[in-house]
Write a new protein. Structure first.
Length: 155
């Protein structure tokens, strides 16, 4: 199990974009790729326009699902991390600055942004997803046939 958790962490560190699934007030699914960063507890941070569909959905229902899939490998070799989480729009300066430390740091541009760019009447916000459960896919066989199975892990 520890080896699977370590593999998941390697994928998270390698892949810059998460796929963020949200659901609207009327139950319509929405899926968005977003550039992200993460902290030592594997909380995820991203910047989005407040009026993007996924941002609106998070205001109405903060339950999200994240997939981080390493598609850089050959067919049949892909591995992914699947995360059930709750997402929040960050509003206070302390939490925004903390998130910026990871977002700007991931691309090697510390102090690129200021908290004021994500508050008040500014169009974009920073969001944070806090994982509740996580899984990875593993190869499995049923009657000799390949099936893509999920195994729960601890990040």
């Amino acid at each position: 199990m520890k080896a699977l958790s370590e593999k998941a962490k390697q994928i998270i560190e390698k892949i810059l974009y998460i796929t963020l699934a949200t659901i609207s007030k009327d139950g319509q699914p929405w899926n968005s790729p977003v550039y992200c960063a993460f902290d030592e507890n594997y909380n995820f941070y991203w910047i989005s326009w407040r009026e993007n569909q996924h941002s609106k959905n998070i205001r109405d229902n903060n339950r999200v699902f994240i997939v981080i899939y390493d598609s850089t490998v050959s067919e049949g070799q892909g591995q992914g991390v699947y995360i059930q989480a709750k997402a929040y729009e960050l509003n206070d300066e302390k939490n925004i600055n903390n998130a910026l430390k990871y977002l700007d740091g991931r691309i090697g541009k510390q102090d690129r942004h200021k908290a004021s760019q994500f508050q008040g009447n500014m169009p974009r916000r920073i969001y944070k997803a806090v994982p509740e459960k996580a899984w990875v896919n593993v190869d499995s066989r049923i009657n000799g046939e390949f099936v893509d199975k999920r195994v729960e892990i601890k990040l």
